[in-house]
Design a protein around this ligand. Structure first.
Ligand SMILES: Cc1cc2nc3c(=O)[nH]c(=O)nc-3n(C[C@H](O)[C@H](O)[C@H](O)COP(=O)(O)OP(=O)(O)OC[C@H]3O[C@@H](n4cnc5c(N)ncnc54)[C@H](O)[C@@H]3O)c2cc1C
Length: 282
C-alpha cells in the first residue's frame, strides 16, 4: 500500500489543539499526524510526498500520475483529498490568517469549537457573503449573545428571515475589507478595516465555503454529492459508483472532523481489504 500526500492539509499546520478526537483530548495536529504516519509505516505502508495530478483506469488497474511525471499503479484507490478552505483576505492576501488559524482564537469549525466562545464577544468573518455569515452567527448565538458579523467578501445577501432573527438577537452586520490583523502570537485581538474601523473581540469565527478537492474523483467519474462540492459515497462504507474507488474524510459530504475522517477511512480500508480478498478467491 502506498499513501500519496502533498501535505497541505490542516494537520500539517500546527493546529495547537484539536477538539473532539476521542481518547486524545487537546492533541496537537502535528503530533497526531506523526503518530498516524509511524503507525502506518509500522504496518508496512509506504508514505510518499507527491502531488497527484491525474487518475485513470478501472477496478484492478488504476494509474495515478504526479505533477512531476512520476506514476503509481494500484488495484484499488482510496481518495481522501479533503476540502479547500477559504481564509479571509487581509489587504488582499489570505496568508496572514495562518498565524492564528488553529493556534488560538480564530476558529473555523462550529462543530469542533463553538463551545470555546461561550459568553465571549465574537466576530464572525463572512468570506462568502452575509447569508453564510448570518447562518453561522445564528447558530453560534446559542453560546454567546455578543456577536457581530463582518461581511468581508462577495456572496449571497442575508435572507429576510435571517435579518429578522439577527435584529431580534441584536447581531450587527458590518461590511468591510480587512486591512490588518491586530494581535500577538496565538491571540487575535482585533481586525482593522480599510475604512479605519476596528472590530475588537475575544473570539473570531470564519464563515467560508469548504469545498471538497474533487478533481481526482471527477477524473475517475465518481458521482458528485448533491452539495455540489463533495464526492458521493454509494453507501456508508465509502464505496462509490466506480468499482474499485473508495472515498473517505472531508471529501465526503459530512461534518469535517478528525474522528469522522479516521472512521470513514477505517471502514473504507476494511472494505477494500475484503474486496481484494474476494477478488483473490474468485
Ligand atoms: C483550522 C482548523 C481547525 C480544525 N480543528 C479541528 C478540531 O479541533 N477537531 C476536529 O475534529 N477537526 C478539526 N478540523 C478539521 C480536520 O482537520 C479535518 O476534518 C480532517 O483533517 C480531515 O481529514 P482528511 O484526511 O479528510 O483531509 P485533510 O486533513 O485535508 O487531508 C487531505 C490531504 O490530501 C492532500 N491532497 C489533496 N489533493 C491531493 C492531490 N491531488 N495529491 C496529493 N495530495 C493531495 C492534502 O494536501 C492533504 O494533506 C480543523 C480544520 C481546520 C482547517
Amino acid at each position: 500500500m502506498i499513501v500519496l500526500d502533498r501535505r497541505s492539509g490542516p494537520l500539517f499546520f500546527t493546529i495547537e489543539e484539536l477538539h473532539n478526537v476521542p481518547g486524545m483530548p487537546a492533541v496537537k495536529g502535528t503530533d497526531l499526524q506523526r503518530r498516524l504516519k509511524s503507525q502506518a509505516e509500522a504496518m508496512g505502508a509506504e508514505l510518499a510526498r507527491a502531488d497527484v495530478a491525474s487518475a485513470e483506469g478501472a477496478a484492478g488497474d488504476f494509474t495515478l500520475r504526479g505533477a512531476d511525471g512520476a506514476s503509481w499503479r494500484g488495484k484499488t484507490v482510496l481518495l481522501a483529498t479533503g476540502v479547500a478552505r477559504y481564509h479571509p483576505t487581509v489587504d488582499g492576501d489570505f496568508r496572514p490568517c495562518f498565524k492564528y488559524a488553529g493556534k488560538g482564537n480564530l476558529y473555523y469549525c462550529p462543530d469542533c469549537e463553538a463551545p470555546l466562545i461561550a459568553g465571549k464577544p465574537t466576530v464572525v468573518i463572512a468570506t462568502a457573503g452575509a447569508r453564510g455569515g448570518a447562518g453561522m452567527a445564528l447558530g453560534l448565538s446559542r453560546y454567546t449573545d455578543d456577536l457581530t458579523i463582518l461581511v468581508s467578501g462577495p456572496g449571497a445577501a442575508a435572507s429576510a428571515s435571517q435579518i429578522e432573527r439577527l435584529e431580534a438577537k441584536g447581531i450587527e452586520l458590518v461590511a468591510g475589507e480587512i486591512k490588518r490583523l491586530v494581535g500577538r502570537p496565538g491571540r487575535l485581538e482585533a481586525v482593522r478595516l480599510a475604512d479605519g474601523k476596528t472590530l475588537e473581540a475575544d473570539a473570531f469565527f470564519v464563515s467560508s465555503p469548504a469545498r471538497g478537492r474533487t478533481d481526482l474523483a471527477r477524473q475517475l467519474e465518481v458521482e458528485e454529492a448533491p452539495t455540489g462540492h463533495h464526492a458521493q459515497p454509494a453507501s456508508q462504507r465509502g464505496d462509490t459508483n466506480v468499482p474499485g474507488v473508495w472515498i473517505a474524510g472531508d471529501l465526503r459530504p459530512m461534518t469535517q472532523q478528525v474522528a469522522v475522517a479516521m472512521g470513514t477511512g477505517n471502514i473504507a480500508a476494511v472494505m477494500i481489504d475484503q474486496y481484494l480478498r474476494r477478488r483473490d478467491v474468485a
